[in-house]
Design a protein around this ligand. Structure first.
Ligand SMILES: NC(=O)c1ccc[n+]([C@@H]2O[C@H](COP(=O)([O-])OP(=O)(O)OC[C@H]3O[C@@H](n4cnc5c(N)ncnc54)[C@H](O)[C@@H]3O)[C@@H](O)[C@H]2O)c1
Length: 373
């Protein structure tokens, strides 16, 4: 079997999640290629130890050398946002496939330059919006396609966390505009906007509100000094969809008690559906067409044979977790590349999301509705 040599740049949180997916994907999916964890790249000395622990053959500290290596087929960009564009563009120009973490870039201009590069070079491109690869989200998409939700009126989504509530939490890269672009907005709302697009369709207009609650935090290397936080801690928006549906998104890192509360609700003419990532094997469904005396929300355990990804992992009822979303996504990327088809999702989806992210920022600044197209 042919080998697909992967190099991953970044060995933090996503470094671990993607490495696991690359190690597992051939064990659960019948693929025409064998994934090889060729090179792990990071800028710190810890990368050699990470490579050993995560199962990579080589470790490297200079990302440009990794991209130049003729043995590598796929470059995985899992670094902070300001590095996505230079790394992805260089990888595409070196003739590699590029799989990039979200949000695609830190700005709309960066996202546009990334799409331009993959279009010009013909590079295969994928984007790690892993929540599309949750079985319950795929089931909801199927129910919408089959008309079981009916005409969609509402899309309501929140993505709530609480990890920076303490004022003593340091000013890490995720709180610096120069590295991350925006805060909770680009990090969390990017996922919600992608799901809004995936489930309901295109947006036309947004009205945004953003807020930074704590504007100075201790520096990670010297807690006796503080530095400015110049990104949002929370960001909300009202949405208008092309279809006539309306919606809302809310992202916060200040929602005490909420850890990774990625929760969406869709209300349509025939029923409603609710998904909560913290109970990711379940989809709640309310069917208005059921007998009057039997109406109520049903909790579907989305682990059975007829469900998306059913039978891929364990027998029904034997639940899967966060890490499986990345395995599912990577399997889909490989299958699409082998068929010569666009990867799903890809940089075009990322650009579409970036337009909405930026429209929300502009709406917040201008205190007016802003078009997303
Ligand atoms: N899909 C998701 O659900 C999800 C979840 C978390 C993070 N992310 C995204 O993943 C990306 C990385 O986030 P993270 O949480 O893994 O960050 P992290 O801080 O845990 O890791 C970042 C990594 O980038 C590496 N890095 C930084 N500069 C580098 C350079 N110049 N050369 C080589 N390596 C360099 C660091 O060494 C580190 O290993 C971000 O874009 C983030 O938005 C996505």
């Amino acid at each position: 079997m042919r080998t697909l040599n992967i190099a991953q740049i970044g060995h933090g949180f996503m470094g671990k999640a993607h490495s696991n997916a690359y190690r597992q994907v051939n064990r659960f999916f019948d693929l025409p290629v064998q994934v090889h964890l060729h090179t792990l790249c990071g800028r710190s000395e810890g990368v050699e130890e990470s490579a050993r622990q995560l199962g990579w053959t080589h470790a490297e500290r200079d990302w440009r050398k990794v991209i130049e290596n003729p043995e590598i087929d796929v470059i995985d960009v899992s670094t902070p946002g300001h590095l996505h564009a230079p790394m992805a563009i260089a990888a595409a120009e070196a003739g590699k496939a590029v799989w990039c973490e979200k949000p695609l870039g830190n700005t709309l201009a960066e996202a546009e330059s990334m799409v331009e590069a993959v279009t010009r070079t013909g590079a295969a491109h994928g984007l790690f919006h892993n929540y599309r690869a949750v079985p319950a989200i795929q089931l909801l998409r199927r129910m919408i396609d089959d008309g079981r939700i009916g005409q969609i009126y509402h899309f309501r989504a929140v993505y709530l966390q609480d990890w920076i509530l303490s004022p003593s939490f340091p000013r890490v890269w995720r709180l610096q505009k120069s590295q991350t672009g925006t805060g909770a907005h680009g990090d969390l709302n990017a996922h919600l906007i992608d799901l809004a697009h995936f489930l309901v369709g295109g947006l036309t207009e947004v009205s945004g509100l953003m807020r930074t609650f704590i504007t100075e935090r201790p520096l990670p290397d010297d807690p006796s000094k503080t530095g400015e936080v110049d990104v949002d801690d929370a960001a909300l928006a009202l949405l208008r969809f092309e279809s006539g549906a309306i919606g809302s998104i809310e992202a916060s890192r200040f929602a005490a008690g909420r850890k990774n509360y990625n929760c969406i609700e869709v209300n349509g003419s025939k029923g409603s559906a609710v998904f909560n990532l913290e109970r990711m094997n379940e989809l709640q469904f309310f069917d208005r067409t059921a007998a009057d005396d039997a109406q109520g929300f049903t909790v579907i355990n989305v682990t059975d044979q007829p469900h998306p990804y059913g039978g891929t992992y364990w027998p029904s009822g034997h639940i899967i977790g966060y890490e499986h979303t990345f395995i599912n996504l990577v399997a889909g990327f490989i299958q699409a590349m082998e068929r010569g088809e666009p990867l799903n999702p890809n940089f075009n989806d990322g650009l579409r999301t970036q337009r909405v992210l930026e429209a929300v920022e502009r709406s917040h600044e201008s205190r007016a509705w802003v078009a997303t197209v």
